[in-house]
Design a protein around this ligand. Structure first.
Ligand code: ATP
Ligand code: MG
Length: 297
């Protein structure tokens, strides 16, 4: 495990406001679509969602690793306020959640009280053109050129809902300028609440993970509808499949774009059970990487 810490500059948190349009907003307004084809330097942002336990975090980790092996620089964002398993899958320790670094929900509330933040608007909490190395060192865990951060976790009984995490995510993403990162992967909490919180508005593609269950199929259909409302392209990855399950899922999801089929893998399951890092070699993830690279250019 290689852990590299970035330069600490807590003073950079709390910069000036600016009426900047975020790059994703710009892409939307110029092209009418959130996919900007032909721009090789663009950072692609993918939101991973799906039913609880379908394998979102596992796929996020596998995808990060596989794309990294293709030479990409990865920023993996843990936007799940409950689970803490993503880091272990990569053999990393959890970094300090950004919310904690800002003084927890209370500190965050105090810092943002006067800013009049709108859903996608620029924030006064972060400086314009915030770069990842402007974030606190201990909020980023790194595995070579994969950088991982957590938005925030629920720590205490009765501490309230996770809405501030959604707000922080939007503020961060409307300020961040990805210069060195090629691919941003956002691992979300189970369900569709992130659509309600407009986390998807900061991404260009939705990747829905479907495991062999009716609930998961229904979730994929809901995700498709919600993503369509957000004018975002959606792809599906079938996870934990056997040949029999593959056929049933493919029929149930007719009309949906399936870009990957990941087998039910005993070693993934057992490593997770034992709290070990994943065996990150899964050839079947390559078709997902191909599809992403294809959409990219
Ligand atoms: N391809 C696979 N083969 C076997 N087991 C898998 C596979 N993918 C995921 N799992 C197992 O499924 C369980 C849930 O995986 P994971 O934590 O990635 O799901 P999740 O969707 O992120 O869950 P949550 O909604 O709780 O965040 C874990 O035990 C994991 O090891
Ligand atoms: Mg998860």
């Amino acid at each position: 495990m290689i852990t590299r810490h970035l330069h600490v500059d807590r003073n950079k948190l709390g910069g000036e406001a600016a009426n900047l349009i975020s790059p994703s907003e710009m892409q939307r307004s110029q092209t009418g679509s959130k996919i900007l084809k032909g721009d090789f330097h663009k950072t692609m942002k993918i939101l991973i969602c799906g039913k609880g336990g379908s394998g979102k975090s596992t796929v996020a980790a596998l995808l990060a690793s596989a794309m990294h092996k293709r030479g990409k620089r990865i920023f993996l964002v843990d936007a799940d306020e409950s689970n803490i398993g993503l880091y272990r899958m990569l053999g990393l320790d959890m970094p300090v959640p950004l919310m904690d670094s800002l003084g927890g929900k209370k500190g965050f509330r105090d810092k943002t009280k006067t800013t009049g933040i709108t859903l996608d608007g620029p924030s006064q909490l972060f400086p314009i053109d915030l770069k990842l190395d402007g974030l606190p060192d201990d909020c980023i865990a790194s595995l070579d050129r994969i950088q991982v951060m957590s938005i925030g976790k629920i720590h205490h009984f009765g501490e309230g809902c996770a809405c501030p995490m959604g707000k922080l995510f939007r503020m961060l993403f409307s300020s961040l300028r990805f210069e060195k990162q090629d691919l941003v992967i956002v691992d979300t909490a189970a369900g569709v609440e992130h659509f309600g919180r407009s986390l998807d508005g900061q991404c260009e593609h939705v990747l829905c993970i479907v495991d062999p269950s009716y609930e998961s199929i229904m979730m994929a259909k809901r995700v498709e509808t919600l993503a369509r409302e957000a004018k975002l392209p959606v792809s599906v990855i079938l996870n934990k499949i056997t040949p029999e399950v593959d056929e049933a899922l493919t029929i149930a999801l007719e009309g949906v774009t399936i870009i990957g089929r990941l087998p039910d893998n005993r070693s993934i399951f057992l490593n997770n059970l034992k709290g070990k890092s994943l065996d990150l070699e899964m050839p079947e993830i390559e078709s997902v990487c191909d599809a992403i690279e294809h959409a990219w250019i």
